[in-house]
Design a protein around this ligand. Structure first.
Ligand SMILES: [Zn+2]
Length: 439
C-alpha cells in the first residue's frame, strides 16, 4: 500500500523500536538477537484501520434484528440508558479484542451515550484499548436533542450543551497524544443531525479546531434522516452541517449513503472523509453507499464495522469483502478491484483518520502495524492471487498482528488477555444491562 503499490511474492519486513526499518524481496537480512517470525504460507499487509465503531454496543447485539434505523434506535436507546463504566469496559475489551483478531491494528470509537453518574465511560474504553494493545482514536460523542425538543432519543440519554463541551475539552486535555508514536488520539463527535442541536454542532466544531483534533458524526445514513433535516432545517443533512462549519479536511462522516452529486463534489473539494460501513448499512436496510462515485471524485474513503448492534460480526476483514461485493452489486464488475478494497481498509482508512503519515502502509519509517494472514490452509491454499484470497475468500486465520512492533495476536489468539474470560465478562455485562432495562 505504498504509492507504487509494491508487492513481493516472497519478502520480509524488519521492525526496530516499533517502526518499520525495511521492507523488501526475499528473506530478511541476518540480524543477530532479532526475534524472527517465519511467515511462509502467509500474506503480510498493513494492519487494518477501522474508521467507525460504537464499542459499547458489543453487549447489545442481536436486538431489533429485523428493524430499520429509527425503529432500531428507539428500541435500543432505553437499553443503552443503563450502561456504566463496567459495561463499557467489558464491551470495549471484547469488541477491540475481536477487531484485533480480524487484522485491525487501529480503531476509532464513537461513544455518544453518557447517562450521568455512571463513572468514566470514555476512560473504560481507553483502558480496554491499552489492555488489548491497539492503537486507538476514541471520540467524545454527545446528544443534546431529546424527544421533548424534537429529537429522536429519549431525554434520559441526552446531556446539556455545557456539560458536553466541558467533558469533551477535558477528554482531549487528559488523553490526546498528538505525537508521532501516539497510541491514543481523541476526537470530537456529536451523534447525528436528528439527536444534536445546531448550537452543539457549531460549538463542537469550534472546540475541535481550537484543540487541533478531528471531527466526526453520522450523515446521510437513511432517507428518514433526509426527511428530518428537510422538515426541521429546510435543507439536506450535508447542507445543514456545512452551514455550521462541518466541512474540511479535519472532518469525516460515517455512512454517507444518500449523498447527491453536489454533496460528493463538495466533500471532494473540501477533502472531507467518509467511513463506509457496508454490513451495517445492509443489516439496517439503509441503502448502498456510492463508493465508486466517491472514489472517482477523489473523496477519501475508509471502512468501518459500525456499532456491532447493527453488525453483529464486528470483524473488519469481513467488511473488505462486503465493501467489494456491495460496490460491484451496485456498480458492476469494475466498481472496485480487490486491491482497491484492501486500500480502503488500510491506507484509505488512515487518510480518513488523518493518521496516514504514521500508519496504513508497509513502508520504512512508518509504525510497525502489520497483519500476517495464513493462506496455506484448505480455505485458501490454492487461490492463485493472495490478495484475492484475502479479500474474496473466507476470513483467513491471523498468524500475527503487530501494533507498534508488539505482538497483539499470535496464531489466531489474543496475546494480552484471556479471550474466554472476555466472552464471559461480555455475557455478564449484557445480562446486567438487559435486567436494568427490564428485558
Ligand atoms: Zn454509527
Amino acid at each position: 500500500m505504498d504509492p507504487a503499490r509494491t508487492e513481493h511474492a516472497e519478502g520480509h519486513v524488519v521492525v526496530r523500536s516499533g517502526r518499520i526499518e525495511s521492507v523488501g524481496a526475499g528473506p530478511a537480512p541476518d540480524l543477530p538477537d532479532a526475534v524472527r517470525y517465519d511467515a511462509r504460507g502467509c500474506l503480510a499487509t498493513p494492519g487494518l484501520v477501522n474508521t467507525h465503531h460504537h464499542l459499547y454496543q458489543w453487549v447489545t447485539r442481536g436486538l431489533a434484528a429485523d428493524a430499520g434505523l429509527f425503529e432500531w434506535l428507539t428500541t435500543l436507546y432505553p437499553v443503552w440508558a443503563g450502561i456504566d463504566e463496567d459495561v463499557v469496559g467489558a464491551a470495549a475489551t471484547a469488541g477491540l479484542g475481536w477487531l484485533a483478531r480480524s487484522g485491525c491494528s487501529t480503531s476509532m470509537d464513537h461513544h455518544y451515550v453518557f447517562p450521568s453518574g455512571r463513572g468514566d465511560l470514555l476512560g473504560a474504553a481507553i483502558e480496554a484499548a491499552r489492555t488489548v494493545g491497539m492503537r486507538f482514536l476514541p471520540t467524545r460523542g454527545s446528544m443534546d436533542l431529546g424527544r421533548s425538543r424534537g429529537g429522536l432519543p429519549p431525554d434520559e440519554v441526552v446531556e446539556d450543551l455545557d456539560t458536553i463541551l466541558a467533558a469533551t475539552a477535558d477528554a482531549i486535555d487528559v488523553h490526546h497524544d498528538p505525537g508521532p508514536d501516539s497510541m491514543l488520539r481523541v476526537g470530537v463527535a456529536p451523534c447525528s443531525p436528528f439527536s444534536v442541536s445546531k448550537e452543539l454542532l457549531s460549538e463542537a466544531a469550534a472546540l475541535a479546531r481550537d484543540k487541533g483534533v478531528r471531527l466526526h458524526t453520522h450523515v446521510a445514513e437513511t432517507l428518514d434522516e433526509e426527511d428530518f433535516c428537510r422538515r426541521e432545517f429546510g435543507c439536506s443533512p450535508v447542507e445543514h452541517l456545512a452551514s455550521l462549519g462541518w466541512l474540511g479536511d479535519d472532518v469525516w462522516f460515517a455512512h454517507g449513503i444518500h449523498f447527491d452529486d453536489s454533496a460528493i463534489r463538495r466533500l471532494a473539494e473540501i477533502r472531507t472523509g467518509v467511513a463506509h460501513c457496508p454490513s451495517s448499512n445492509a443489516r439496517l436496510g439503509a441503502g448502498v453507499c456510492r463508493l465508486r462515485d466517491l472514489r472517482d471524485a477523489g473523496v477519501r474513503v475508509g471502512l468501518g464495522v459500525d456499532g456491532v448492534a447493527s453488525n453483529e460480526a464486528g470483524s473488519l476483514v469481513t467488511e473488505v469483502r462486503q465493501a467489494l461485493l456491495t460496490a460491484r452489486a451496485r456498480g458492476g464488475p469494475e466498481a472496485l478491484t480487490v486491491r482497491d478494497a484492501l486500500e480502503t481498509a488500510t491506507i484509505g482508512g488512515a487518510r480518513v483518520l488523518g493518521w496516514d503519515d504514521q500508519i496504513g502502509s508497509l513502508e520504512p519509517g512508518k509504525q510497525a502495524d502489520v497483519a500476517v494472514w495464513r493462506l496455506d490452509t484448505i480455505a485458501h491454499a490454492d487461490v492463485v492471487d493472495p490478495v484475492a484470497a484475502l479479500v474474496l475468500g473466507t476470513p483467513p486465520p491471523l498468524e500475527l498482528l503487530l501494533v507498534a512492533g508488539r505482538p497483539v495476536v499470535e496464531r489466531d489468539r489474543l496475546v494480552s488477555l484471556d479471550e474466554d474470560e472476555a466472552a464471559r465478562a461480555a455475557v455478564r455485562a449484557r445480562d446486567s444491562l438487559l435486567a436494568r432495562a427490564g428485558r
